[in-house]
Ligand binder design. Structure first.
Ligand SMILES: [Fe+2]
Length: 380
């Protein structure tokens, strides 16, 4: 243990039904008088949006500005457009509301506010100044983007998703209000919940020394196992919704270690075929577990325990992979890429794109393009 490790857990989190009421704390603590609300158009019709508008109107009557044009897989152009709204509105803070896309775009906007003349790819990530204050309010329970320090943005010129990250990008405050997730339909509840599960599992087996993250990852795995089926079958179950929000935030805290090959396989499925991110992860995850477990048969022993295996004996890899397949089935998740209109002949192109994705570099087992293609083939 000769290397010096660096741990950070700084996000100010407010959790509980009605936690959105603390927006006034955010305004007071950071002196925010004209925030830009960053969200996506899909949210405008939801109960979560109406609940938040009521709070925004109370805290910043007639002074906040709304930007609701973030795309499901946000692009650098979305961030440019948000910056235009921010500067025209003479804003002094950011409230990000939505799933990972809106929160990622909101976080990337903070870079533009600091360096309006630079493209996202040109930002000085190693020497960022303090950024404009941001409050992150998730309306799903999966990405954990509210406690993240990176944004996944599609750079149109490069034709792929790029991860921009640095500790100053973490939001000053995260508001986890399960009442904002009550309206999430069962399929999205399942997909986003499996994103959280994938974060926690990939983070746990990622070969980076971070025992604090490891503990958080294992508890997140346990919480998703316990509460995702309940949130899926009864969307009004406030306890299950609340614990899923906590688990999602914990999964994202854990993956400051890094992720693995499941995310590298998932990213091109979303950018090329618009497969929902959590769904893509859910489908590939059992296969990635088997792949990684071939190199280390004990890699998933503690994951198995967190998933409820009474006594992992020898072959926890198969146990975990089988459990995850069955868990997917129990929450209505398809097991096959062919069911999602992904043509088999496109798999080599997807494998090439997956290799360009950085997540697999921290996978516990080295993964070649041929491995990627084989994994895609198994899931097809
Ligand atoms: Fe993810």
């Amino acid at each position: 243990m000769s290397e010096i490790a660096q741990f950070r857990f700084p996000t100010d989190i407010r959790f509980g039904a009605g936690a959105r009421l603390v927006l006034s704390d955010f305004a007071a603590k950071y002196g925010v008088t004209r925030p830009l609300l960053v969200t996506d158009s899909g949210l405008l019709r939801t109960q979560a949006f109406r609940l938040m508008m009521a709070e925004m109107d109370k805290v910043w009557p007639e002074t906040y500005v709304q930007f609701a044009d973030v795309h499901p897989n946000p692009t650098d152009q979305d961030v440019e457009n948000a910056w235009t709204a921010y500067s025209q509105g003479d804003c002094d803070g950011i409230v990000g509301l939505g799933g990972g896309s809106a929160l990622d775009a909101a976080r990337a906007l903070r870079l533009k506010v600091a360096f309006p003349d630079l493209a996202l790819t040109e930002m000085p990530f190693n020497e960022l100044p303090p950024l404009v204050p941001m409050c992150a309010i998730p309306t799903t329970a999966g990405t954990g983007s509210e406690v993240g320090r990176s944004s996944v943005i599609t750079v149109e010129q490069m034709g792929r998703k790029v991860v921009f990250g640095a500790p100053p990008l973490m939001a000053e405050m995260a508001v986890l209000d399960p009442e904002l997730t009550l309206g999430l339909p069962p399929d999205l509840t399942a997909f986003t919940g499996m994103d959280a599960m994938t974060h926690a599992i990939e983070a746990f087996v990622c070969p980076v020394f971070h025992p604090m993250c490891d503990g958080i990852a294992l508890e997140a795995i346990r919480l998703v196992r316990l509460y995702l089926p309940a949130a899926y079958s009864d969307g009004t179950n406030l306890e299950a919704r609340g614990f899923m929000q906590v688990a999602a935030a914990m999964g994202a805290v854990a993956f400051q270690k890094d992720l693995g090959v499941a995310h590298s396989l998932a990213h091109p499925l979303s950018s090329e075929f618009a497969v929902q991110h959590g769904l893509a992860n859910a489908i590939v995850l059992p296969h990635v577990v088997r792949f990684n477990g071939q190199a280390d048969s004990h890699l998933y022993d503690r994951v198995a325990v967190a998933l409820g295996c009474a006594e992992p004996t020898g072959d926890s890899t198969s146990w975990v992979a089988d459990f995850l397949s069955e868990f997917n089935r129990s929450i209505g998740i398809t097991q096959r890429l062919r069911d999602l209109n992904v043509p088999r002949e496109k798999l080599p192109g997807l494998a090439a794109k997956a290799m360009q994705d950085g997540c697999h570099l921290s996978n516990p087992r080295r993964c070649t393009e041929a491995d990627m293609l084989r994994l895609y083939g198994e899931t097809w």
